[in-house]
Design a protein around this ligand. Sequence first.
Ligand SMILES: O=C(NCc1cccc(CNc2ccc3[nH]ncc3c2)c1)c1cc(-c2ccc(F)cc2)cc(O)c1O
Ligand SMILES: [Mg+2]
Length: 215
Amino acid sequence: TRTSRPQRILKAVQTKATVGDPQSVITAIDHFCRHREWAMNVGDEKGSILDSVVNEVSPVTVLELGTYCGYSTVRIARLLPPGACVITLEFNPDYAAIARQVIKWSGLEDKVQLVEGASGDWIPWMKEHFGVQAFDLVFLDHWKERYLPDTKLLEECGLIQKGTVLLADNVICPGTPDYLEYVRNSPHYNSQYYRSHLEYTKAEDGLEKSVFLGY
Ligand SMILES: O=C(NCc1cccc(CNc2ccc3[nH]ncc3c2)c1)c1cc(-c2ccc(F)cc2)cc(O)c1O
Ligand SMILES: [Mg+2]
């Protein structure tokens, strides 16, 4: 049977990128997705915005919702200092299997905890299972209709504290209208929109950065 798109992305990494060189992994995936097959990685344009937010926050603990092939996981982890880590949740086992290999190829496995499962099931266990107090940065890139319920769940579980930064992908395309309305109208968040484009296309998309102000 045909290979899957994630399998073809992994093959591009294994043939074009250098083991232990995260930037070459990022470049290989972007080249493949721009010139061979589109795929739903955050991409190079929005990825540069993600990089700048990671550098600005200098997070110790990061939560990523939606790993896919690990492209944004590698982008985040490559910027983390020793001792910092990103916990990334992936519901789809095929995506998780590919992401593990992409993360390993980049040499960043010590900074990444990839968890197979759904956000709604795992968020309530984060404190107990991973010893997390609160997240410094949350990157939302999973099912778009889960952004709002999962943000509320993170609040209820005390995993969002004063200063926590939420960075949401795809707030225009495919769009997350209920989430945007919530973070932009809530007195507990200071929100700003970073206008960009849907990965590898000319369509508008963007990232929404929301800083929690405390209760
Ligand atoms: O939909 C998207 N991504 C999410 C997604 C999608 C499929 C499967 C999963 C399974 N992974 C998963 C699920 C539930 C989960 N709960 N906790 C973890 C977790 C993990 C996740 C998406 C779409 C487009 C897009 C498509 C088409 C188009 F025309 C324009 C734009 C662009 C993007 O950048 C996107 O990010
Ligand atoms: Mg996305």
